[in-house]
Design a protein around this ligand. Structure first.
Ligand SMILES: Cc1cc2nc3c(=O)[nH]c(=O)nc-3n(C[C@H](O)[C@H](O)[C@H](O)COP(=O)(O)OP(=O)(O)OC[C@H]3O[C@@H](n4cnc5c(N)ncnc54)[C@H](O)[C@@H]3O)c2cc1C
Length: 294
């Protein structure tokens, strides 16, 4: 099947990219790594007339960390680079874990974390942990810039809050609270060649008596957008993280989801695995947070 014809632009600044998108109209698409986009074009799921590539824009691939501003992952930072970054691994291990568990080595060397978010697949592996950390996306558009909570970014499968002509320039992750840790765990049938059937990202912080001071749990692949398991969080905040308490909360996490049967897994399996992964992710995060005591 031949690839349909399209114009390809490689602007060198964000404002030129925004200008090109505006000029080309609704049939233009932004391209970062192209690992999703080109497959969809090849199989004629979409037929854009123009692609605006971001990879020639200097500095957009930057991954930076400071204690004041937290972590910034630029729009063209590769999944592989985020997974390998020493500051991401040290301060945000769940973010590195999620990027390192996305797809396979070829896709991680082309695809980006921001492209994974903008693709807005319910199974996007990088969404749950970044949501749990309270991240924000920085968006450039015609004549303006805005910052949006990632929690408000996902609107449905393949649908985001981006308006015509807008580009996400980075995702910004606040500094996690003291004595906190993140974790991301996922399951897929064909060991990473397949999108996740279930993914759970958590951010946990402990108080000075090792009780749960704060917890955020997000589940991917089990609803049209990643869902927050608020009921599970509420059962544990202020409590000791005993096996029993965590198991109860994990059952509550499953209740927040609406899994479906599809080629990747049955709804029933997904529902059960939400609880299993929630227990493991909370316990992993607890272990990491406890190590930060001294
Ligand atoms: C074999 C294979 C395995 C895969 N496995 C997984 C997996 O295990 N887990 C998983 O989550 N995903 C998986 N994917 C999906 C995909 O590779 C990832 O979502 C990847 O992170 C997409 O990044 P990208 O830079 O290639 O995005 P692109 O393909 O360039 O773009 C994806 C979408 O986002 C839009 N977009 C990209 N960047 C921006 C931006 N800065 N601003 C506005 N819009 C933008 C594009 O217009 C497009 O609609 C897999 C894909 C393949 C082909």
């Amino acid at each position: 099947m031949p690839v349909p014809r399209f114009e390809y632009y490689a602007p060198t600044t964000v404002s030129k990219a925004v200008g090109l998108l505006e000029q080309a109209g609704p049939e233009a698409r932004v391209m970062a790594g192209g690992t999703d986009l080109l497959v969809k074009i090849r199989f004629r799921v979409i037929q854009p007339r123009a692609l605006v590539g971001l990879k020639k824009i200097k500095g957009l691939n930057r991954i930076s960390f400071s204690r004041k501003k937290g972590l910034t992952i630029g729009a063209t930072a590769l999944l592989a680079d985020v997974a390998a970054s020493s500051s991401v691994r040290r301060h945000y291990p769940g973010v590195a874990q999620a990027a390192g568990q996305t797809a396979n080595v070829q896709v991680r060397n082309m695809g980006t974390v921001v492209g994974n978010l903008c693709n807005a697949s319910p199974s996007a592996d990088n969404a749950p942990t970044l949501l749990a950390l309270g991240s924000q996306v920085r968006i450039a558009g015609p004549g303006s810039e805005r910052v949006l909570a990632l929690e408000d970014f996902f609107q449905g499968p393949g649908i985001t809050a981006l308006k015509p002509g807008e580009i996400v320039t980075s995702v910004n992750v606040p500094l996690p609270p003291p004595r906190s840790a993140t974790a991301y765990l996922s399951l897929s049938a064909r060991a990473k060649l397949d999108c996740s059937a279930v993914g759970v990202g958590v951010m946990l912080s402990l108080d000075d008596r090792d009780r749960c001071r704060d917890l955020r749990v997000f589940v991917g692949s089990c609803a049209p957008i990643p869902v927050r398991a608020k009921g599970a969080e509420q059962l544990l905040i202020g409590e000791k993280l005993t096996d029993r308490a965590v198991e109860r909360a994990a059952l509550e996490a499953a209740r927040a989801t609406q899994p479906i049967d599809d080629v990747r897994a049955s709804a029933d399996y997904r529902y059960k695995m939400v609880s299993v992964l929630t227990i493991r992710a909370i316990m992993d995060a607890k272990k990491r947070a406890l190590r930060k005591k001294n």
